[in-house]
Design a protein around this ligand. Structure first.
Ligand SMILES: Nc1ncnc2c1ncn2[C@@H]1O[C@H](COP(=O)(O)OP(=O)(O)O)[C@@H](O)[C@H]1O
Ligand SMILES: [Mg+2]
Length: 171
């Protein structure tokens, strides 16, 4: 499986489900992999790392089991399906405001970072979110009731645009 490119894994995943990835309309790219739409109006995310795949699937399963598809005004994708061999997750396509990308989340365990690391993280997020960090931080804290400790808050993952309580910044 390691030899297959992301596109090949996306194609193999879709083929099994009689759908087709739309490689011409990349939904986004992050640190982990690529996300494409399919002709079923879903999104498929192709992971590079198994650990991140497992965390993301586990989080979406917890959220699905609790029927949580929105938290503090942020939409959360619904898990549709996944493939642990191809490392592909299929989910609904969402529009801002949203929270997604659970690949680096901790489950049932608060990350054990030192005070100085925490301080730096918060300071960095305050800058990244330009006035919306409190809003984001509160949504992230709300996820903790489900045992999800989100540790990758960045505007690509938590998009505040169109949130009624957000300061609307560019982009
Ligand atoms: N379900 C989705 N609906 C709409 N856009 C998405 C969806 N999933 C991912 N994206 C877009 O793709 C980008 C990369 O996805 P992400 O899950 O953050 O990947 P990575 O783990 O590589 O950072 C996101 O910032 C977002 O813009
Ligand atoms: Mg991301």
């Amino acid at each position: 499986m390691d030899q297959l490119t992301s596109e090949e894994r996306a194609s193999a995943y879709c083929k099994k489900r009689c759908s087709v990835p739309d490689f011409g309309n990349l939904l986004g790219m992050g640190q982990e992999g690529s996300v494409w739409p399919t002709d079923n109006e879903t999104a498929i995310k192709v992971f590079d790392r198994e650990r991140n795949f497992n965390s993301e699937v586990s989080c979406y399963e917890i959220l699905r089991d609790n029927q949580v598809y929105e938290i503090d005004g942020f939409t959360i994708p619904h898990l549709i399906d996944s493939d642990s061999e191809l490392l592909v997750v299929e989910m609904t396509i969402v529009a801002p405001p949203f929270i997604l990308d659970f690949g680096k989340a901790y489950i049932n365990q608060r990350p054990d970072f030192s005070e100085s690391v925490m301080e730096y993280y918060e300071q960095e997020r305050a800058e990244m979110f330009e006035g919306n960090w409190d809003l984001v931080d509160s949504a992230v804290s709300s996820l903790e009731q489900f045992g999800i400790f989100y540790w990758d808050a960045r505007p690509g993952n938590i998009d505040c645009r169109n949130h009624p309580l957000a300061k609307q910044n560019d982009g």
